[in-house]
Design a protein around this ligand. Structure first.
Ligand SMILES: [Zn+2]
Length: 320
């Protein structure tokens, strides 16, 4: 089933929006966002308005993940830090889901963010409040994310506190590849399996095609966040296609962090043409100064993918 679709109408409107460079049409069409770091999931304009502060425009390129984090900490965080600042940004993330007609939304949340609320009960009340206020019809699939430098033993031991109430739908590890060997995360992913969480990880963003394959094999991932460097190996692409492993790709993030050379030559084209299941997502739209309809437009305008191909990718993300 494709969420929020009414026959051919939405596909037609979406293709028209791309061809006519009409963002308003694209905003109306149901879309998914399955790779979204919730605390950076609101638009800069929305946040500026809410805080009554003019927030600085981010640079065209960052110096990798570290450069991005530094920019965020220096220019955005001072205006919206701590629990209160986080709540404002979360509200903005749901406001954006409404504005952009996101019908399937997977946002990720860190364990330390939940701890700020003293545990799942209060945290969940706040998040579900925003969800029902802004986008009650959206299929909401929260993701629990750990940073790759975490203490895996401790994280595994404490996982029950966060997942036993059934709120979380998936697990992820982010925050830089190559921090520790893939095998170190096995206990975390085994535990996630007991709770039937969808297993995802950030891999193949800076890492290689082989890293993507190893992560899938060692940790039993069903989906990969990024995974774009898989496009450098026909063998790995075949492996991903055969095993129906979905890559949740974020074009602006890849270009602005320097992991893809341009929108025109973004690896999503090669991945799609080799039968790898891909979706298009925002990653950190507050930092990359984009939004989901714009991600599709950027790829279309650059000639990376056709309107038809982009529509098929959009539909992929909406399939339950
Ligand atoms: Zn990410």
């Amino acid at each position: 089933m494709i969420l929020g679709e009414t026959g051919m109408l939405m596909s037609e409107l979406f293709r028209e929006g791309l061809i006519e460079n009409d963002a308003e049409k694209l905003l109306k069409v149901p879309k998914s966002d399955l790779h979204n770091h919730s605390t950076k999931g609101c638009r800069r304009d929305w946040l500026s308005e809410r805080l009554k502060i003019k927030l600085p425009t981010p640079p065209e390129r960052f110096d990798g993940l570290m450069g991005m984090q530094e920019w965020f900490t220096t220019y955005i965080k001072p205006f919206c830090s701590g629990k209160e600042g986080g709540v404002v940004r979360w509200e903005g993330a749901f406001a954006e889901a409404k504005r952009n007609n996101i019908r399937r939304l997977s946002m990720n949340f860190g364990a330390q963010e939940i701890d700020l609320f003293g545990g799942m009960t209060e945290f969940r009340k706040m998040i579900e409040g925003f969800r029902s206020m802004y986008c009650p019809e959206t299929l909401f699939e929260p993701e629990l994310t750990y940073v790759s430098c975490c203490d895996v033993e401790e994280a595994t031991a404490r996982m029950d506190e966060y997942v036993s109430d059934g709120f979380f739908h998936s697990i992820d590890v982010c925050g830089g590849e190559d921090i520790k060997p893939m095998e170190a995360f096995v206990p975390l992913y085994r535990k996630a399996e007991q709770y039937r969480l969808i297993k995802r990880m950030h891999v193949g963003e800076s890492g290689s095609a082989e890293d993507v394959r190893r992560a899938v094999e060692i940790l039993g991932l069903q989906e990969v966040h990024h995974g774009i460097h898989a496009a450098e190996s026909n063998e790995v692409m075949r492996f991903l296609a055969d095993n129906r492993i979905q890559l949740n790709v974020c074009p602006s993030s890849n270009v602005k962090l320097g992991y893809a050379s341009s929108f025109k030559d973004h690896p999503i084209k090669v991945l799609y043409e080799n039968g790898v299941k891909v979706t298009i997502n925002t990653d950190d739209l507050l930092i990359f100064d984009s939004s989901i309809e714009n991600e599709y437009l950027l790829l279309y305008r650059a000639g990376a993918l056709t309107a038809d191909q982009l529509n098929k990718i959009r539909e992929n993300g909406l399939r339950e």
